[in-house]
Write a protein that binds this ligand. Structure first.
Ligand SMILES: Cc1ncc(COP(=O)(O)O)c(C=O)c1O
Length: 452
């Protein structure tokens, strides 16, 4: 293959990506002027749609007032304001915000905050350094976060470079032996895996448990059984283990409440947020910590020794403040809950289509699992690239979705996420469902042909 005369390193040199030229509302337009509904908000970030002038104006104003001031030497009004806005929608006493430039940074910060909390509380001899996470989850692509979990296929090449964290199984009940059990039994079984793991390791070594409230890209909007998060919270409290909820996908209203854990009335010790936190208008990540954690640091050394140059930069902060204010003013969380119900009903009707094995989700975060045989739940051969095929057919129909694979064992399994902007209207929901159905039908025809 001849080395291309281009300088930008794409994610893949094999792909044939279209050029995104312009965005407006829920739409993106390519180089030929074709319109696509952004049915997955990029990767669940463009929640208030594209081309929002209010956010652009706020960023412009901040850029022309003060674009940057190094966080080790300055505080800024912009970052104080953004932190207050975020704290105002975070549950309980999650009142303290650290800002970085992405989800992986937010997760790394959460891990260091947890470690610092125990160092400050118990002294330098604290052995609480172990993070327990779950298989089939994603927390970022840095070496620290890949140790927590990650897309099984993608993390494998790097596994010798990071410190592996102990993992328990995620309640992925569509493929669980307990799939016919009650939700309460499922919740009990899967939460007790955490209790067992803490007891095996020894609670004196365990700093925190880390999980996504609804698993995003790794399984495709996998909702836990009712009661699971409450049980997890209880176990963490009993064993003096911090609970870190990775709400990088599920947060900022995606599931119909500002943060997903609120569906179960659970308050974690730290929540991480990113993606939609700035509406997609500036790279951002945040760790939101409880009073207990920050008071302990405050009454100890008073120092949280962790930083990046772009921490809490005023430009991003302006985008965050403007996004949250836009969401509050336009009742975006409420719209998500309402349109989510409508969307869920339309998607569940697709269960009668060939190869649609499972439809799951909450709010405007939905996943569809594709199977070759709906009775036995047999997955497609990975080489058939079923999820990629559905995504390609949806693109033809003018709809962007987020395909994923390998949720069964790192290799087998096809699913996709569909998670449109939260500002979507009733008519637009119907239009997405229409385009999705057409894309699924076209893919099903091809998949059935190859089968026969
Ligand atoms: C649940 C979750 N955590 C963490 C991350 C990492 O965020 P980023 O890609 O901004 O580093 C992602 C990104 O997709 C995510 O979905």
């Amino acid at each position: 293959m001849v080395l291309e005369k281009r300088h930008f390193i794409p994610r893949s040199y094999r792909g044939d990506l279209k050029k995104a030229i312009r965005g407006e509302g829920i739409y993106i337009y390519d180089q030929d002027g074709k319109e696509y509904i952004d049915g997955c908000c990029g990767a669940l970030l463009s929640s208030i749609g594209h081309g929002n002038k209010e956010i652009a104006d706020a960023v412009y104003r901040q850029m022309t007032t003060l674009e940057f001031a190094h966080p080790s030497r300055w505080n800024t009004e912009a970052s104080e304001e953004a932190a207050s806005e975020l704290a105002s929608i975070a549950p309980g006493d999650l009142n303290h915000v650290w800002f970085g430039s992405g989800g992986s940074e937010a997760m790394e910060c959460a891990m260091k905050l947890a470690r610092n909390y125990f160092l400050e509380r118990d002294g330098a001899g604290s052995a609480k350094t172990v993070f327990i996470a779950r298989w089939n989850s994603y927390h970022g692509s840095t070496l620290g976060t890949m140790g927590l979990a990650g897309n099984m296929g993608r993390r494998r090449p790097y596994s010798l470079l990071f410190r592996e964290c102990p993992k328990i199984e995620t309640p992925y009940c569509y493929r669980s032996e307990l799939r016919d059990a009650s939700e309460e039994e499922q919740a009990r079984y899967y939460s007790q895996l955490l209790e067992r793991e803490i007891r095996r390791i020894g609670k004196q070594y365990v700093a925190a448990f880390v999980a996504e409230p609804i698993v995003g890209s790794s399984i495709g909007a996998c909702v836990p059984p009712e009661g699971y998060w409450e049980m997890i919270r209880d176990i963490c409290t009993r064993y003096d283990v911090l609970l870190i909820a990775d709400e990088i996908m599920t947060g900022m209203g995606r599931t119909g409440k500002p943060f997903c854990v609120e569906h179960w009335g659970v308050q974690p010790d730290i929540i991480t947020s990113a993606k939609a936190l700035s509406g997609g208008y500036s790279p951002v990540g945040a760790a939101i910590a409880s009073d207990k954690i920050i008071e302990t640091i405050l009454n100890g050394s008073g120092v949280f020794g962790h930083g990046h140059t772009y921490n809490a930069n005023p430009t991003t902060a302006a985008a965050v403040t403007a996004t949250i204010r836009f969401m509050k003013k336009n009742h975006v969380f409420e719209n998500c809950a309402k349109r989510g119900e409508q969307f869920g009903k339309l998607l569940k009707e697709m269960l009668d289509m060939p190869f649609v094995g499972d439809v799951r989700g909450k709010g405007l975060m939905w996943g569809i699992e594709l199977v070759e045989d709906k009775d036995t739940r047999k997955p497609f051969e990975p080489a058939r690239k079923a999820a990629a095929m559905v995504a390609a057919e949806c693109m033809e129909q003018g709809l962007v979705i987020y395909p994923g694979t390998g949720q069964i064992d790192g290799v087998e399994g096809d699913q996709f996420l569909i998670a449109p902007p939260l500002i979507i209207s009733e008519e637009q929901v119907k239009e997405i469902a229409r385009r999705l159905r057409a894309g699924l039908e076209a893919a099903a025809e091809k998949l059935a042909r190859k089968q026969g």
